[in-house]
Design a protein around this ligand. Structure first.
Ligand code: KG4
Ligand code: ZN
Length: 425
């Protein structure tokens, strides 16, 4: 099945042709980063105008690169939510028009779903599977089993410029949000901290580059105290601001835009590294907690623009390996992973007597008997190919394919509406 995907939710105009949900025949992305570098962020009206100029050439090129005609396309898929209103409109209007003109079924895809399904796409380098961890059972796994594609049930950590969520998926196209940010998204936090440090837009890659030469332990930044699996990142951004002001011996009334020019390159690198480490630690603390709740999960997938972060990738592999299977156990996985019932109930092993606030976690809590063994004997960790971590349309085609095989009906091209703020569904 050939799906033409179209994506325009923020500042990337993208179209792609995807075969059977996993094979990329073409993937065209026109980024507006160069335009918005000057302004230090996205200006919605400018983004919409740029999409309008780019979208038809981008779709045309996607078909040409794939070597397919419009007649050969089986379905059209487009991002309808969430995102910038004007940006979403350009993509959906294009897709609706093409669907009507070409007589092709139209699928409206949620952007976060697409980010998750980027993990199903085969990359040019081969497979996106980076690591498989196991202990005693590792050698007994048949070589083909589980190879290549994420297995269900899975836990997805979605980290982008607009969202930070932990999503449980029992199977394709079934999503349960088990943790979410209560304020800023982690990508937004990277972008804001980059501004404080005077680093160019987009902030995530700039922080990552700058942090390479920095000491991640130089500045101690607080971990937000948020119950359950939820996140909070606005306090971390303010903590960086205060730490920079303190380092420079300036009062807290000093505007953030006056700070960067007073910092040395080494100080910037140290702040970038310290912030990156804290943000990654916070994300992985919650991810580990989610894996305790959903001990039956076979796979972890990371998704969204921030999943391109090298330190996040490295630390995720390191920590999931240790927490999932224990370090160099001689006794096999099952016994090592057994969590006493109270620990599972209290959630934070460091504070066993503190009950978490009422949250979805408790709804997820399983009786003690289900904790034997607490976790499967291996977990697969997936990251999207680096080229597919940010916004692109191949992931839209992949997500639509798995909607179709899950029985989702096409949408009416005459009435499809955009939903700039709606959650995954
Ligand atoms: O998924 P995405 O491309 O767009 C949204 O759906 O929001 O994510 C964009 C976000 C931006 O905040 C950007 O700074 C961040 O992803 N990002 C990174 C990295 N690359 C992009 N954050 C940390 N490290 C990176 N290497
Ligand atoms: Zn995105």
């Amino acid at each position: 099945m050939l799906i033409l995907g179209i994506e325009s939710s923020c500042d990337e105009t993208a179209a792609a042709v995807v075969k059977d949900g996993v094979e990329i025949l073409s993937n065209v992305v026109v980024s507006q980063i160069d335009i918005f570098k000057e302004y230090g962020g996205v200006i919605p009206e400018v983004a919409a105008r740029s999409h309008l100029e780019a979208i038809l050439p981008v779709v045309k090129k996607a078909l040409e690169d794939a070597g397919v005609t419009k007649e050969e396309i089986d379905a059209i898929a487009v991002t309808y939510a969430p995102g910038l209103l004007g940006s979403l409109l350009i993509g959906t209007l294009t897709a609706r028009t093409l669907s009507i003109l070409w007589g092709k079924p139209l699928y409206a895809v949620h952007h976060l779903k697409s980010h998750i399904y980027a993990n199903w796409l085969r990359s040019a380098e081969g497979n996106v599977l980076l690591a498989r961890y196991g202990c005693a059972s590792q050698n007994r796994i048949p070589p083909t089993e589980g190879r290549g594609l994420p297995q269900f049930p899975l836990v997805a950590l979605v980290v982008s410029g607009g969202h930070t969520q932990i999503i449980y998926m029992p199977y394709h196209n079934q999503f349960e949000i088990i943790g979410t940010t209560r304020d800023d998204a982690v990508g937004e936090c990277f972008d804001k901290v980059a501004k404080i440090l005077g680093l160019p837009y987009p902030g995530g890659p700039s922080i990552a580059r700058c942090a390479d030469g920095g000491d991640a332990l130089r500045y101690k930044l607080p971990h937000p105290k948020v119950g359950g699996l939820d996140f909070s990142f606005s306090g971390l951004k303010t903590a960086v601001l205060r730490a920079v002001q303190a380092e420079l011996g300036l009062p807290i009334s000093t505007p953030s835009y006056e700070l960067a020019s007073k910092l040395s390159e080494q100080q910037k690198a140290d702040f970038a590294a310290s912030f990156q480490k804290t943000a990654v630690d916070v994300l992985l603390d919650k991810l580990e907690m989610a894996l305790k709740v959903h001990s039956e999960a076979k796979t972890v997938v990371l998704a969204g623009g921030v999943s391109a972060n090298k330190v996040l990738r490295e630390k995720a592999l390191e920590r999931l390996k240790l927490s999932k299977n224990g370090a160099s156990s001689q006794h096999g996985c099952a016994s090592r992973n057994r969590i006493p019932p109270t620990e599972g109930r209290d959630f934070d092993p460091a504070q066993p007597s503190v009950m978490p606030p009422k949250s979805t976690i408790l709804a997820q809590f399983k009786p003690a008997s289900d904790f034997e063994p607490v976790r499967p004997q291996e977990i697969q960790v997936f990251f999207p190919d680096l080229k597919l971590a940010g916004d692109n349309a191949a992931m839209v085609g992949a997500a639509a394919y798995f909607e179709i095989i899950s029985g989702v009906e096409p949408t009416d091209p005459y009435s499809l509406d955009i939903m700039p703020r709606v959650g995954i569904r």
